[in-house]
Design a binder for this molecule. Structure first.
Ligand code: AMP
Ligand code: MN
Ligand code: MN
Ligand code: MN
Length: 279
């Protein structure tokens, strides 16, 4: 079984439509897939239909942005119901916040002498409501302001960077509670990717996630280092967390592995998908 429980479509900041993402996953040999767009499940129904036609098992998902102290964390919710009216209404509100932030980011770029950022980012997004920092990065890259996507984040878009605008995301506790209340399984996304000091600060993050009701953790992720994969395999063992894995694929603009091509989970861990009835 080749599993990828963390991918993006153009319902958020991925480059491909849900159908095209499923097509790429099939080409890559994925047999169990989840689509986990940022703060929306809007691509899941189309992806689910395409996955069924392609003979790929599918778990609907979402990647929630939450605040933990001064850090933005991502929590994947596996098994979210994209048609649940409470889910739909909440993500509609988050989309409104995203649209507002996009305008403010455009203004921040203008203040540092980069005009046309908002229009440029919007031209690369599906709608103002899905505008992500990734779309601004694509504009910076394609207009030659930066040489690669990493430079776009390092110079402009990183937390605290000159074009960064804080978004009013929910707290870690409230986000995890929301997922549990809607019957979804909260999984801490790419734990090795946050700017936290290894050791106590990273431990405190896992403590807070578990205390909030978190159940799973991404042990191997296409968006964290091999060293982090090893470290969080041990965290999953020590804390008896369910282990998840995902490429976090968005587009070929980033050097991340293609769907399903992130390193596999160590065999001794309990995979999160056993809870969804997959062996
Ligand atoms: P947003 O949710 O709009 O604040 O955008 C966050 C998104 O930016 C993340 O989901 C990643 O896809 C992307 N991102 C953040 N940091 C980096 C980075 N250093 N390199 C590439 N993409 C990044
Ligand atoms: Mn993203
Ligand atoms: Mn993420
Ligand atoms: Mn992601």
């Amino acid at each position: 079984m080749k599993v990828d429980l963390h991918t993006h479509t153009n319902a958020s900041d991925g480059a491909l439509t849900p159908e095209a993402l499923v097509g790429l996953a099939r080409e890559s040999g994925v047999t169990l897939l989840s689509v986990t767009d940022h703060d929306t499940a809007a691509g899941c129904l189309r992806a689910q239909k395409a996955a069924k036609e392609a003979g790929i098992a599918f778990i609907p998902g979402v990647e929630l942005s939450v605040r933990w102290g001064g850090t933005v964390l991502h929590v994947v919710g596996l098994g979210i119901d994209p048609e649940d009216p409470v889910v739909v209404e909440r993500f509609r509100e988050t989309a409104r916040l995203r649209a507002e932030r996009g305008v403010k980011m455009g203004e921040a770029f203008e203040r540092i002498g980069l005009a046309g950022a908002y229009e440029g980012a919007l031209a690369r997004a599906d709608s103002p409501q899905t505008l992500s920092r990734t779309h601004f990065a694509a504009w910076l890259l394609e207009t030659g302001v930066v040489k690669n996507q990493q430079q776009a984040f390092d110079r402009y878009l990183r937390e605290g960077g000159p074009a960064y605008v804080e978004a009013p995301w929910p707290s870690l506790e409230e986000g995890v509670r929301f997922l549990l209340d809607r019957g979804a399984l909260p999984v801490l996304a790419h734990p090795g990717r946050y700017r936290l000091r290894p050791g106590w600060e990273a431990d405190a993050m896992v403590d807070a996630f578990v205390a909030a009701g978190g159940r799973g953790i991404e042990v191997t992720s296409g968006s964290q280092s091999e060293e982090a994969n090893v470290r969080y395999a041990q965290v999953a063992r020590d804390r008896k967390l369910l282990a998840s894995t995902g490429s976090d694929w968005h587009s070929d603009r980033s050097p991340r592995p293609r769907p399903g091509c992130q390193p596999p989970l160590p065999a001794d861990l309990t995979p999160v998908w056993t809870l969804f009835g997959y062996a």
